[in-house]
Design a protein around this ligand. Structure first.
Ligand code: PRX
Length: 660
């Protein structure tokens, strides 16, 4: 991984405004004040084994107990609760039914065209069991990997939980990814089974998911995939291969409503989820059963301060980790009511989110800063038309939130009464790592505040030495935690080197490198300053610049490509690509559009470059490395500063300025 300092890690953000929770909120909160939080953090620091042991015993139901809390013999391949036996679908459903919650609403689902459904915990159990039996009937076995490529419909949740119930691993691929990305993930994960839908609705358009599956299979994944299950959502005629494709409703029609949960070991894999890194190939982040169950459960309970009557809504897609941990596993493990919405705000309904909050009296709302910034742009008149008085807590995730957007969120959506939890975490961490506990912490707009109990973070320089307060540096986590990723699927060496051996080890201790720059201010508040590697965040979607470069150079016209992020007032960052062409190709608007579409076909719509600049030459050092720092300045229209003496040919700069 190459570090860059694009976010200028010494660039100090200042924010002196402090927003305490209301007395009323704190009084009713699970963790009521800062002292209580510190007490928990100290208990975890003093005896972390006891701390995790107590929570694992009190929060999770085990079929068989564990003897060891943390096995660090083969660090950094840490094992948590290794001898224990459990099933996460049992913890998410059955135990609540045993505790009298059969008739409590588990899932509220709102479709984009206006259709809706709700499922109680006992109905959810039936759906999951039928799905699990359906999967078994076509030969899905414990340990098999099932790919889920679906719209935001209840069946996506049933499919995930059904896999967990029978011990199959799921690999959910976001429905916005292209057939090419899907193919890569199917092959890398060796997925024998795919669950998809005839299509889905997004922004009033129909998305052809099954068609993308067919293309992925034709392009090579057919050698692995044996069966494709198709949910009928948009009810359009689609191609069905009679030897391979099955309709979900036909498969489930006569399935038994009960399926015994498989007895899983703590460290059995629960899922693989692909995310972008600093190489061209996305990495399959592996999470296992017990640690992930505990961490998604506990963080949900602490951060969202869940109460029995809450209607909780996270606007993410289940194709991302936020959807895994905070639409499905965290809320259900806590016996909460979780809302799933198929749509997004769109030209025909800019108030879509507020309509959902009003309709279902949502009490906790969790979304991304990009969404908040775009709401700000379209004006408060829109949310002001709706009754948002049910809200009591707001959350954000995925990217830094600028103080202006934070204040708007607090004021316009939260009517100044709702605390905001700005939650920092990653696909790799399994659950939230840094966030205010809403009843206990005075928030500062733009700061994710403090690490959660059991999580020790620090800011270090490139030699792994702690920096002073207010100095920027690299964010590390000093100890393993239960929800941590266990490995990269098929690449344990990369897991070890890029996350745990990135900094020189002190006292043979492994520390986890997150890939983010951050600063801790003199009050101890943490400020995330963005990625310090070649990863960019577009509308909170994580993309590797090399991934987009690989997509571009796979086009016949492209000789070389370099991709950088440019600051964007709504999306956080947007993608700018610099491209040099092969000899026989000419620069033209048509070609630029073709290249943009090519990236969409290779990766998906989220990776579409905002701008492509075609130039004869890219700025390189004498050793042939592209100087991205220069491209970043050019992309954002800034003056090129810093040392350019290593540039091989300085005339390239003038040329590039003309082309930009
Ligand atoms: O750069 C950080 C940013 O998102 C990255 C993780 O992306 P992903 O694995 O896709 O997970 C996103 C949802 C958990 C981090 O390395 N990030 C996430 N949350 C925040 C954030 N940056 C600033 N503030 C946050 N609250």
């Amino acid at each position: 991984m190459t570090l860059n300092k694009k976010n200028s890690i010494n660039n100090i953000l200042e924010e002196s405004r402090i927003f305490p929770p209301s007395k009323e909120f704190s009084k009713n909160a699970l963790i009521k004040d800062f002292k209580e939080l510190i007490k928990l953090k100290e208990a975890a620091k003093k005896d972390s084994n006891k701390f995790w042991d107590d929570y694992a015993k009190s929060e999770i139901d085990w079929f068989e107990p564990y003897q060891t809390v943390l096995d660090d013999k083969n660090a950094p391949f840490f094992k948590w609760f290794p001898e224990g036996k459990l099933n996460i679908s049992y913890n998410c459903i059955d135990r609540h039914i045993k505790n009298g919650l059969s008739d409590k609403t588990a899932l509220i689902w709102q479709g984009e065209p206006g259709d809706d459904k709700t499922f109680t915990y006992s109905e959810l159990l039936e759906e999951v069991c039928k799905t699990a039996n359906g999967l078994k009937s076509i030969g899905v076995k414990k340990g098999d990997l099932v790919c889920i490529y679906m719209p935001m419909i209840p069946e996506a949740m049933f499919a995930m939980l059904a896999c967990a119930r029978i011990g199959a691993q799921h690999s959910v691929v976001f429905g916005g990814f292209s057939s090419e990305s899907l193919k890569e993930r199917l092959i890398d994960g060796n997925a024998k089974f795919v669950i998809t839908a005839d299509g889905g609705y997004r922004k009033d358009k129909e998305i052809e998911l099954k068609n993308a599956v067919d293309l992925a299979l034709e392009a090579g994944a057919n050698e692995i995939v044996e069966k494709v299950i198709v949910v009928q959502r948009i009810k359009k005629e689609i191609y069905m291969d009679s030897s391979r494709d099955l309709w979900w409703h036909e498969l489930l029609q006569n399935q038994d409503k009960w399926c015994e949960p498989e007895i899983m070991n703590s460290e059995d894999r629960l899922f693989v989820l692909y995310t972008s890194g600093s190489t061209g190939k996305p990495k399959g982040v592996v999470h296992t059963t017990a640690g992930y169950n505990l961490w998604s459960h506990l963080t949900f309970k602490w951060v969202f301060d869940i109460k029995k009557d809450d209607i909780y809504w996270c606007t993410a897609d289940v194709g991302w980790i936020t959807g895994h941990s905070y639409i499905v596993y965290g809320p259900l493990s806590n016996g909460a009511t979780t809302l799933m919405y198929e749509g997004v705000p769109r030209a025909s309904n800019l108030g879509a989110f507020w309509e959902v909050i009003q309709k279902y009296k949502v009490t906790i709302f969790y979304t991304a800063p990009t969404a908040i910034r775009s709401f700000m742009k379209s004006g408060r008149e829109i949310p002001d038309k709706y009754d948002l008085s049910s809200l009591r807590l707001l959350g954000t995730v995925g990217e830094p939130i600028n103080p202006e957007a934070w204040i708007w969120y607090k004021n316009v959506i939260g009517k100044d009464k709702c605390p905001i939890v700005d939650t920092w975490w990653q696909t790799e961490t399994g659950g939230i790592m840094v966030s205010p506990l809403p009843g206990a912490v005075n928030a500062k707009p733009g700061s994710a505040t403090f690490s959660l109990p059991g999580i020790e973070v620090s800011i270090v320089n490139k030699d792994g030495e702690e920096v002073n307060s207010n100095e920027g540096g690299y964010l590390i986590v000093k100890k393993p935690w239960p929800g941590m990723m266990r490995t990269i699927h098929g690449d344990p060496d990369r897991f070890k080197k890029s996350y745990w051996e990135f900094f020189p080890m002190k006292d043979k201790k492994y520390v986890y490198f997150a890939g983010d720059g951050a600063r801790i201010d003199s009050d101890g508040y943490l400020w995330i300053m963005g990625r310090v590697d070649d990863v960019i965040s577009v509308s909170g979607h994580r993309l590797g610049t090399m991934e987009i470069e690989s997509a571009l150079v796979s086009h016949e016209s492209v000789a070389e490509a370099a991709v950088v992020g440019r600051k964007d007032s709504i999306k956080g960052e947007s993608i700018v690509a610099f491209v040099s062409l092969e000899k026989n190709f000419q620069k033209s608007l048509n070609l630029i559009n073709e290249l943009k579409q090519h990236v969409v076909n290779e990766i998906g719509i989220i990776a579409k470059p905002e701008k492509i600049i075609i130039s004869d030459a890219l700025p390189k050092t004498r050793s042939g490395k592209i100087m991205r720092r220069i491209l970043r300045s050019l992309a954002s229209g800034q003056k090129i500063s810093g040392d350019i003496s290593t540039l091989e040919d300085s005339s390239v700069l003038e040329k590039l300025k003309e082309d930009s």
